[in-house]
Design a protein around this ligand. Structure first.
Ligand code: ADP
Ligand code: MG
Length: 286
């Protein structure tokens, strides 16, 4: 990946120089580039390689390497301050690393894109606190999430195409709120609001979903339903879940990554990481 991309870059530069010599050509490298299409030919959707970031001299992320496969559901666990949220901030462009590389598929260099461009390219993030519009219906929240112009006035004026209506129905079905579509979002339970927010992310058709602590504050029943929802999204999407609740992680996880002091401490099945002596020491020391 690393040497490959260096080679690509130098080939590209040479190519650009050659183009400059041919003055009769249109210099397409000077025109603003659209986000390249996501290339999953190696079946890997996210590469984080040797990523480090410091805050006032403190290394929050330290030589982090993480690879997420296309369609995978990955859980990230780790004690407080391990760097989980900072890792998400790097993937979404909110924080820029001091070193390392971050690729979305084979061709999209996340470190060259703005936060908005990263979202546009197909990475959606759900924060812990739901931010649904309480005064709008469940369905209107989904419509708003899909709209380019995010004002309620634009929403009221916009006609939904039949394709969009189908997509809304599909999302309502998968988040289990189809019967509550006309209810005010403000009336939903905490868990239902979390699902609605996942639905709002799905309206953008993201390829990769980042979900930070989805079951905090949920009832057991809501947790089970959330486990089903996230499991059903995998395959169609790649999903990365950061979660503290071990029972929940056990209920959904195929592969678990344990972060500690900004690096990967252990990775594998839940059984594997729970029996890893280094993981046990870190959690006992909490
Ligand atoms: P986690 O989500 O695993 O609990 P975080 O990624 O939030 O951990 O934080 C990792 C470490 O980096 C913590 O020690 C935190 O205090 C520090 N940190 C995170 N963001 C900032 C920031 N913007 N400025 C300074 N320190 C930060
Ligand atoms: Mg966090």
């Amino acid at each position: 990946m690393k040497s490959q991309s260096k080679k690509d870059q130098s080939a590209k530069r040479k190519n650009n120089v050659q183009k400059f010599m041919q003055r009769d050509q249109v210099f397409d490298f000077l025109t603003p580039k659209a986000t390249p299409k996501l290339d999953l030919s190696h079946n890997v959707i996210l590469y984080l390689e040797d990523i480090s970031v410091s805050f006032d001299g403190f290394k929050a992320i330290n030589d982090l390497n993480l690879y997420i496969e296309a369609g995978e559901l990955r859980c990230i666990i780790g004690p407080n301050g391990a760097g989980k949220s900072t890792m998400m901030d790097i993937i979404t462009g909110k924080t820029r690393p001091d070193a390392g590389m971050a690729w979305f598929g084979q061709r999209i260099n996340l470190l060259e894109l703005s936060e908005a461009e990263i979202a546009e390219a197909g990475i959606g993030r759900k924060f812990q606190k739901p931010t649904v519009f309480e005064m709008l219906s469940v369905e209107q929240n989904l419509e708003l999430a899909m709209a380019q112009d995010k004002s309620v006035w634009a929403l009221l004026r916009t006609k939904i195409t039949s394709e969009q209506a189908d997509h809304i129905d599909e999302v309502l079905q998968s988040i289990g709120l189809i019967e509550l579509r006309n209810d005010m979002a403000g009336k939903l339970s905490h868990g239902q609001k979390q699902w609605l927010e996942i639905g709002m992310l799905l309206m953008q058709k993201p390829q990769l979903l980042l979900v930070d602590e989805p079951v905090a504050g949920m009832t057991h029943q809501e947790m089970d339903r959330t486990a089903e929802l996230l499991t059903s999204l995998a395959g169609k999407h790649s999903v990365v879940v950061v979660e503290h609740d071990m029972d929940f992680v056990r209920s959904i996880a195929k592969k678990v990554t344990v972060l500690h002091q900004g690096s990967v401490l252990s990775e594998g099945t839940m059984d594997h990481v729970q029996n890893d002596q280094r993981v046990i020491e870190v959690y006992l020391g909490e």
